[in-house]
Write a protein that binds this ligand. Structure first.
Ligand SMILES: CC(C)(COP(=O)(O)OP(=O)(O)OC[C@H]1O[C@@H](n2cnc3c(N)ncnc32)[C@H](O)[C@@H]1OP(=O)(O)O)[C@@H](O)C(=O)NCCC(=O)NCCS
Length: 174
């Protein structure tokens, strides 16, 4: 299902047909370095990730991480979307692109459309983001789409302290 379009990109639901792309993305050196090794060693692992991750979230919440592809040629280049995760009260924005499609403004284009979608289509009043302290490209992107650093947080079952960003000046919803 197509979710949104930008000038150069289409964001749509992931399906099991995207298995090879997800295998490549989750093994991209920048994913491994900044997000972590998800142990996607076979195509079956990649397929399970799609089914039990994003697809389960679409079914439960109506949103999730979307496949981002170039309109020109329908070439998948990354994922961008919204996540509801255990340990964070608010929905957060997430994104990752194959190395060869980074630093071309695609992530900005997808992330800004996703923030607009979150507020205009889903009516979310507050969206957050989490990122590793040393992920400068991610922090730069979050600031460019209008988010501000709020505090350091640690998610359940994790040791790493992460940076939490929030959209706009909205305080936590009571
Ligand atoms: C985080 C991530 C998505 C950021 O993506 P990105 O490629 O840096 O972001 P953009 O595509 O918007 O590119 C921005 C850069 O391209 C430049 N650029 C080139 N052409 C551009 C264009 N047409 N429009 C806008 N910017 C353009 C910008 O000047 C900017 O440069 P800068 O980073 O030196 O300031 C990417 O680094 C990534 O996928 N990392 C691995 C996964 C990850 O860490 N995810 C985040 C987890 S929290």
């Amino acid at each position: 299902m197509k979710v949104m379009e930008t000038e150069r990109l289409t964001l749509r639901w992931l399906t099991p047909e995207d298995t090879e792309f997800i295998f490549d993305l989750l093994n991209d050196p920048t994913w491994i370095r900044f997000i972590g090794d998800r142990g996607i060693n076979t195509l079956q692992d990649a397929r399970n990730y799609i089914i039990t991750g994003p697809m389960e979230m679409y079914a439960k919440l109506g949103f999730g991480l979307f496949l981002t592809e170039l309109k020109d040629g329908h070439i998948p280049i990354g994922i961008c979307g919204l996540i509801k995760r255990e340990g964070l009260e608010d929905v957060d924005i997430g994104f990752a692109f194959l190395s060869r499609y980074q630093s071309k403004g695609y992530a900005y284009e997808a992330a800004s459309a996703t923030m607009k979608y979150a507020s205009e289509e889903l009516g979310l009043r507050r969206v957050v983001a989490i990122t590793s302290k040393d992920n400068d490209a991610s922090s730069r992107l979050l600031e460019r789409i209008g988010m501000s650093f709020e505090e350091y947080v640690t998610l359940p079952n994790d040791k790493e302290e992460l940076k939490l960003y929030r959209y706009g000046d909205s305080p936590p919803v009571e």
